[in-house]
Structure formats: C-alpha cells, structure tokens
Design a protein around this ligand. Structure first.
Ligand code: ADP
Length: 237
C-alpha cells in the first residue's frame, strides 16, 4: 500500500509520516530529506539542487523525479511507502502514477493535512530538526524532553537555514498556488482524504487512519490499519 501526504510547510506532514510509517509498516520517503542528504554529500544531483533549496524554490522536476524513482526501487510487495513532500505539482504526480502503476502498486490514498496559512508561519518559527535522522520537533506543539536534544536518538537539534521568514513565505506561496492543485487531481481519482491538521498530533493521526480505512472500505478492500500503541501518545504542548 502506498500513501501520499500533502500539506504546506509546517502542517505536520513529517510528524504524521513517522507515525503512519510505524503504524502501517510503511517506509517513509521524504523528498526534502533525500535532497538535503544529496546536498550534504555533495553528489552531482545535490550540487544542482542546492541553489533551488536555498532559495525556497521547487527543484526542477527531472532532478527530484530521479531521486524519488530511485528510492521507489526499494519497494516490495509487503511494505509500501509513505511519500512526504512528493509530488508537489501535476507533472510530478503524473510521473509518479505512471511509475507506480507500472509496478502494479498505485497510490491508495492521498492525505491532505489542512492547516490555515496564518497558523503555519507561527508553527514554522518553532521548528527544530535533529542532525542524525531529521526527526522533527516543535517548541510550541511537540517540544523535546531536553531542550536542544532529540528524544529519539540524542542528537543535536537545529533550525533549517530555509526556515527564515522570507524563505518560508516563498515556499508557502508555491504551496498554495501550485501544490494545492494536487487536491483536484487526487479527488478525481477518488483517493483524496482531507484531514483537519489543527489539534493534538495523536488526534490528527487518528483522523488519518480512520479516513484511510474509509477509503479502503469504499473500494471493498480490507483495512490496513494497525492498532494504536503507547509510543503514539504524543500530545500538543
Ligand atoms: P518544506 O516542505 O518545508 O519545504 P522539505 O524538507 O519538504 O521542506 O523540502 C525542502 C526543499 O526541498 C523545498 O523547499 C524544495 O526546494 C525541495 N523539494 C522537496 N521536495 C520537492 C519536490 N517534490 N519538488 C521540487 N522540490 C522539492
């Protein structure tokens, strides 16, 4: 089963992707993480992508596509993927559909995490990422137990260089003018699930899994959802 998460910067995509990956036994693939990794390692693709990421612009489709399609090679029958940050426009969505359909593993559901723009700016100013695995924390909504240290792997937390106000505004503009069109695209396929992204992390997660169950029920498939575990008892701060 393959799932997409669509959401603006700061909507909680990364956090929900982690929870869903654990709960549904999916492999989480975040295009931003793959790009930051390529940039950090100075690969040819990373060098080409760097100026776009630094400006807060979308990286050209052919570069991102190569990266994602490579990663989907790790797909197997048992474990699907949860895609976070890809696709971000219609051509990317069409290429992804073509690729996954050729593999016989199409997207099952596209989840839109709906958060109004005013709230996003506020959330992003508190966002911190861990150096080792990119776990996302937020001083306002999901603070780490010890300031500046990742609860999950103990590595240092930092603020991304593209989380400065003017770069955030640029990325939000692109999201609300371009990426938002994916909602119509997936709605036409009967795969769109709109979830209210405001409120406690655990409650948002619950809405997503219930919604995914619903999509599966409509298609006459058995529900993929595992029961909730203790490690998912996050609450908003
Ligand atoms: P955010 O969602 O906050 O922008 P990400 O970590 O998802 O953060 O992405 C960081 C940057 O990587 C984006 O601003 C963009 O430059 C690039 N990027 C990520 N995914 C894509 C994509 N699907 N297409 C084009 N560029 C992308």
């Amino acid at each position: 089963m393959n799932i997409l998460l669509i959401g603006a910067q700061g909507s909680g995509k990364g956090t929900q992707a982690e929870l869903l990956a654990e709960r549904l036994h999916l492999k989480s693939l975040a295009s931003g993480d793959l790009l930051r990794d390529a940039i950090a390692h100075g690969t040819p693709l990373g060098q080409q992508a760097r100026p776009y990421v630094e400006r807060g612009d979308l990286v050209p489709d052919d570069l991102v596509l190569g990266l994602i399609l490579d990663a989907t090679r790790q797909l197997d029958d048992e474990h699907g993927i949860i895609l976070d940050g890809f696709p971000r426009n219609i051509p990317q969505a069409q290429s992804l559909d073509a690729r996954l359909e050729a593999l016989g593993q199409p997207i099952a559901a596209a989840v839109y995490l709906d958060v109004p723009r005013e709230q996003l700016l506020d959330r992003l100013s508190g966002r911190y990422i861990c150096r080792l695995h990119g776990h996302v924390w937020n001083l306002k909504t999901k603070p780490p137990r010890v300031a500046g240290v990742c609860d999950l792997d103990g590595s240092e937390l930092y603020q991304r260089s593209d989380d400065q106000p003017e770069k955030i505004a640029r990325r939000l503009d692109i999201f609300f003018s371009e990426t938002i069109r994916l909602l119509d695209y997936y709605e036409a396929q009967g795969k769109l699930l709109r979830v209210d992204g405001i409120g406690e992390i655990a409650r948002v997660n619950e809405s997503i899994v219930v919604g995914i169950d619903g999509i599966f029920a409509v298609k006459g498939l058995s529900a993929p959802v595992a029961p909730r575990t203790e490690s998912m008892q996050y609450t908003a701060g």
